[in-house]
Design a binder for this molecule. Structure first.
Ligand SMILES: [Zn+2]
Length: 80
């Protein structure tokens, strides 16, 4: 991912790149994805994501104050 590294709006220091893992099926970790629209439950108690636009997220953290900034860059086919 070529997301430019942002500065913390409060501390003006460079933030650290990271991501927030999400436990998916079979306890495999994956990135938390941004998903278009409002969450809706499926019959099985999960959340509907079928047919929704989804993007991998990148999360930057300020090493000084802990502020998190999320990005969901427009990059096709970079997952899994
Ligand atoms: Zn900060």
């Amino acid at each position: 991912m070529n997301t430019p590294v942002p500065e913390c709006p409060a501390c003006r220091v460079q933030m650290q790149e990271g991501f927030v893992p999400d436990v998916g099926q079979n306890d495999r970790f994956r990135r938390t994805r941004w998903t278009e629209g409002r969450p809706e439950k499926t019959l099985f108690g999960g959340l509907k994501v079928k047919g929704r636009r989804q993007l991998d997220t990148v999360t930057f953290r300020c090493p000084r104050c802990g502020w998190l900034i999320w990005f969901a860059p427009e990059l096709p086919g970079s997952d899994e």
